[in-house]
Design a protein around this ligand. Sequence first.
Ligand SMILES: Cc1ncc(COP(=O)(O)O)c(C=O)c1O
Length: 394
Amino acid sequence: MNATDFRFDPPERILMGPGPSNVSARVLAALARPTVGYLDPSLVALLEHMSSQLQRLFRTDNAGTFAVTGSGTAAMECALSNLTEPGDRALVCVHGYFGDRMRQILERAGAQVTALAGRWGAPTDPEAVRTALRDYPDTKVVAIVHGETSTGVLQPLTEIASEVRAFGALLVVDAVASLAGVDFATDAWNIDVAYSGAQKCLSAPPGCSPITFSPRALERITARREPVRSWYLDALLNLSYWQRPHGYHHTVAINLIYALHEALAVIEDEGLERRIARTAKTAAALWAGLEALGLELLVAPSARLPTLTCVLTPDGVDEAAVRAELLARHGIEIAGALGNLRGRAWRIGLMGTSCSNRNVVLLLAALESALSRAGHGVARGAAVAAAEAALASP
Ligand SMILES: Cc1ncc(COP(=O)(O)O)c(C=O)c1O
């Protein structure tokens, strides 16, 4: 085959990993709208509309709310590199892989980083944050992941946020895997900067990541001693494009912005609260089904993240072979685990469009047959029955 014969037809997948989630036909269609200039009057009107859509999603009045051109990591880097200057003291809670990514970014930004290392699979204890802040009262920034996708832990934030506020520090929260999947309230919870990703619970294509800065955070940035080292991710420069009078900063991913806008409209049509309730109920069904398969979930029920479940692979079962079988036979993607859980666990996502009763039932049936072929005997039909019972409960 020569180069001109090459065609790319991506397969239809059921995306049940930690993101991306399935993108609906309505959102994909938005990508195909005509590309306009980055200062076209139609586009800047859309940007203004999207800022208010994102404010509603983050539940904030922050004027500094926009979407970073880049994946969730770009938003993470934007949040942390704007708030810290070389030598600033930062505290980062590391109870999983993405908390550690925050730590690495803070270190590269030149902060003096205290990493509060917690057990993978459990949330950070607010008492530990309080102690660390007492030990380092000059801490300027505290960083934490809300939905830790490496383990499936949902981190309670309100107590930690009040501690951070009491010490006069700013709180940065990674809501990449939680926004629009679980309850999140930027202003009510005293969060200074929160960011997310498009490809998880928003079910938009990756590459355009929501972020919000509180007035306190913007004041801190305005008072910086030196400019933000990343020109591209400079929050104030990005805002000078997103806000009137809309000056050029960089050429944003225009068609991805259309798609993100459409995905936000889908969420508004469903209703944020209903979407969160749907996610909780679907997750409860998944958990009941996995337990009926005799599988152990990594995280205790009180700390479980509905959008991502980490389930331990039974002894003697080849973790990667089961995943490969789910993909090859059923077109279902789930993920392996990261860090020291690698090879020992699966990660199953229930995000946005991918979070449906149908997908849970399909996955459980497919997993049941893959496990029995792998020699892990399970009572046939028990998992689907348990999930359906959970879905039928009020
Ligand atoms: C909690 C969390 N934070 C940050 C990221 C990084 O996002 P991206 O892969 O879009 O750069 C991810 C991606 O999986 C994530 O789950």
